[in-house]
Write a protein that binds this ligand. Sequence first.
Ligand code: MN
Ligand code: MN
Length: 467
Amino acid sequence: MTEEKSAAKLRQKELFLKKENGYDKMDEASLAGMNEYCESYKHFLDNAKTEREAVKAAISLARKEGFVPFKRGMSLKPGDRVYLSNRGKSLMLATIGTRPLDEGVQICAAHIDSPRLDLKPYPLFEDGGFSLLKTHYYGGIRKYQWLSVPLELRGTIIRRDGSSVEVTLGGEPGDPFLVIPDLLPHLANAQSEKPLGKAVDPEAMNIFLGSRPYPDTEVSERLKLAALNLLNQKYGITEEDFLSAELCAVPAYSACDVGLDRSMLGAYGQDDRVCGYAALKGLFDAKAPGKTAVCILADKEEIGSMGVSGMQSQAFDTFIDDLCGCLDAHIRTCYEHSFCLSADVSACYDPNFADVYDKRNSSFINQGISLCKYTGSRGKSGSSDASAEVMGYIRGILNDAGILWNVSELGKIEAGGGGTVALFMANRNIDTVDAGVPVLGMHAPFEVTGKLDCYMTYLAMKAVYEA
Ligand code: MN
Ligand code: MN
């Protein structure tokens, strides 16, 4: 009897896929590597609250790693490291491999824009004793989450004379914060009756900028004047300068550890800078690639990857074509032999909202990088759906490198849906699969990830570049 049982157990061990908590497989060295990686990731997050800041922070790190600006027609040899900033809003980097570009490149593509509140073109007005800023949300936010949250202002203003000024209000220690106060519960009876998505009027998401009037009782709009006066003193701007500006309100706190055991990491904008940083650091640390390794940190993913700095832009094709030009290869041949890891976050299983997940096909915390064969909604609509061969290929890379990984769906069928840049890479005739870090509270002003998953995602990117 006992012998039969142990035979069955053995058979089970041979045949069953075992999903384990990654901490059971981490040795001391891996844990130390994970903690060191996550500290550097937190530091990156604090310096990268917009796509522009992320590009700047990434370039500054890349230069220290020996990357130089790419110039069309430059001579390149294996081991050379180059980067190209696309208008300061997206970034492409490459480490030249030993094999010809016609044999393809290994790409990790992540995005560095995150949901936020942009200022409208005519933002400034006064009402009720306050100066206020009108906002227009960017990306798929749940509006109620952004009220009564400390905010800061980041962005760029092009002044009338063409000069540019960087705005970081709230970015320095001791800086004041801004806020959109929420409605008090005592007066929320009518609002509480509304569906959640309708409870907050986006036209009422106005940021409180100040309350002290300009000290001259003779003029009207003294609150607006006082605000503009301060902005003029600090940034040298007038009201018309708002018309040529990109100003974003983003959460004002720094990245931090989460949990008594510090196993998690909380911050604004982890979607998708958690994969962006992994793609970047993986490229830095990848040893002597055979195929050329390419990292792209794209903009505009949260609003459809459109525009000149989004993943649909020909800026990427131009970069690859220019690399091919330098190395005597053809872009179409290069693409058809290339592989892309579309690095974006997935939905971490959340026991508080269990009914939106298929528990058998969800990404759980501490199981490593999560592959998504397909995203989209309903019948996989809008997904590029990686082939069995592509799944087999990435599975081989991850297993060979000893990386913890799993495969997941975003959530239950018809619970909702979402997409990434994957289809835009696949449309280019590049074999592509989605993979990334599972996130709790995705798109909230404070997103949570597992440190182990962040680290495994970095190791996975490194392995893809080295494959
Ligand atoms: Mn994303
Ligand atoms: Mn997103």
